[in-house]
Write a protein that binds this ligand. Structure first.
Ligand SMILES: Cc1cc2nc3c(=O)[nH]c(=O)nc-3n(C[C@H](O)[C@H](O)[C@H](O)COP(=O)(O)OP(=O)(O)OC[C@H]3O[C@@H](n4cnc5c(N)ncnc54)[C@H](O)[C@@H]3O)c2cc1C
Length: 437
């Protein structure tokens, strides 16, 4: 029997209900825009999915949701481990970002965003996958959605025998927020610039007596089994709940040699974890634990980020930082910016307004992402990585300045040494050409 193709219409269809899509949905619904979010995820994120939020990300989040809805653990800064030295760096002071950083569970974070979006008036469908764009006269007119689960309209079943309902959702605008792989974005012609960095990330959650620590700990001197520097970092996030999350991130894309498997890197980071975490890393059998791995497109690497009536934001646009892998911050920010631009386009009834989106992104992050992309390329070379990390290990001031820049807490209103040095580096970086694909 052919499937019944029900129809639904909305002003804005958001494909993907992660932090990007939900931030956008809250912002749109709050100004009275009719918005529908479809999210393929079935069920909550597992307990080992945790994320660290910088003070800037927490401030963004506080504008979207009531922070009391989250049970996260506050952190006052970053403890950097480099070549045997330990440097504690408090979050840099900034007049606009005064809240501490936070470690949150993704179930909590996405749940608070989702509940708030629903309260604001957004329609949210879960277990609902946008399988293909609907195209009318060459323009995107929405998407075909397959929703899994019991339904009175069921006419199809997936391979596991579960009911599927197919619905055509028609919309004036589409926001693509479908995460790192962005199949829906690719269907509309987006592509990742393969010469830009890509992160591969793995994390595991373990019981720790030090889960109340106030520091995120990070090692910036990872190396392989023969001691060659590896472009990436290891981290431990205290969860405040009797657990800590241990993870590694590896920058790939332009290494000449083959990268070590991410699980091996996680294993070697676990083996050298500082003792105070109370995690006996070299005794842990990773094969018996749920390890979360994923890819993280970085540095603004996906293009185009806008079309005649669609925008791309968050991981789908490759907006995570190549230096610290902080994708939640850019997800929340780009989701909100996309919502503002779409809202303005709707109120002016002018699709051309969407073109301002890429200009906003360039103005806000262009300089920083270009420097970060070039820095990531440089640290992929052992002959640069080794002296750089040696230098960093002897210069807490350099590390503090670096933290200010990579966490987006630079003081453009009151520039100090870090800001002035960054401006010099950015000027040089602007003269260095990059491949466009
Ligand atoms: C292991 C790991 C650890 C990380 N740790 C941190 C961290 O500590 N701090 C930090 O800032 N960042 C971290 N990141 C990055 C961060 O998770 C991402 O940058 C962030 O989740 C991006 O949000 P998003 O909404 O753009 O994408 P996602 O969170 O990936 O959300 C996309 C959503 O779209 C849905 N979707 C996909 N395709 C479709 C479709 N066709 N139809 C409908 N729905 C669809 C997916 O189900 C998903 O729910 C980490 C990433 C990984 C992989």
């Amino acid at each position: 029997m052919p499937p019944t193709q029900a129809e639904h219409s909305t002003s804005v269809l958001v494909v993907g209900g992660g932090p990007t899509g939900l931030a956008a949905a809250i912002s749109l619904a709050r100004v009275g825009v009719d918005v529908t979010v479809v999210d393929a995820r079935v069920g909550e994120h597992p307990p080992h999915a945790t994320g660290a939020l910088t003070p800037r990300a927490v401030t963004q989040l506080s504008e979207l949701v009531d922070l009391d809805r989250l049970t996260g653990h506050d952190v006052s800064g970053v403890r950097v481990l480099v070549h045997g030295r330990v440097v504690d760096l408090r979050w840099p002071e900034h007049p606009d970002y005064v809240l501490p950083g936070k470690v949150v569970s993704r179930a909590d974070l996405d749940g608070a965003l989702r509940d708030t979006a629903i309260e604001a008036g957004a329609t949210i469908w879960t277990a609902a996958t946008a399988t293909a764009p609907l195209i009318d006269d060459g323009i995107v007119a929405g998407a075909t959605i397959e929703q899994a689960g019991d339904s009175s309209q069921t006419t199809e079943f997936d391979d596991a025998g579960k009911a599927i309902t197919t619905v055509d959702v028609r919309s004036k605008f589409v926001l693509i927020a479908d995460g790192a792989l962005s199949h829906f974005g690719r269907a509309l012609g987006t592509a990742r610039n393969r010469s830009h960095p890509m992160g591969v990330v793995a994390r595991v959650r373990l019981p720790s007596p030090s889960s109340g620590e106030p520091w995120i700990e990070t090692a910036i001197d990872l190396h392989d089994s023969i001691g060659k520097p590896i472009p990436g970092f290891g981290w431990v996030f205290p969860g405040g709940d009797g657990h800590a999350t241990v993870g590694v991130g590896l920058l790939t894309a332009f290494r000449q040699t083959e990268d070590p498997p991410i699980a091996d890197l996680l294993r070697s980071w676990l083996a050298r974890l500082p003792g105070h975490w109370g995690i006996n890393g070299d005794r842990i059998d990773l094969t018996s634990l749920p390890i979360d791995t994923g890819r993280l497109p970085m540095g603004g690497s996906v293009h185009p980020k806008s079309g005649p009536n669609w925008l791309v934001a968050g991981d789908a646009a490759g907006m995570a930082s190549p230096i610290n892998g902080a994708g939640l911050e850019s997800a929340l920010e780009t989701g909100q910016i996309a919502a503002q631009v779409i809202g303005q386009s709707l109120s002016e009834d002018n699709g051309l307004t969407l073109r301002t989106f890429e200009r906003y992104l360039e103005a806000e992050w262009g300089r920083q992402l270009k420097v970060a992309r070039l820095a990531a390329r440089a640290i992929a070379k052992p002959r640069i990585a080794r002296p750089l990390t040696n230098w960093a290990s002897r210069s807490p001031e350099l590390l503090a300045g670096g933290l200010r820049i990579v966490t987006g807490l630079q003081r453009d209103d009151n520039p100090g040494r870090a800001e002035r040095n960054f401006a010099r580096v950015a000027r040089i970086a602007s003269l260095i050409p990059e491949r466009s694909s």
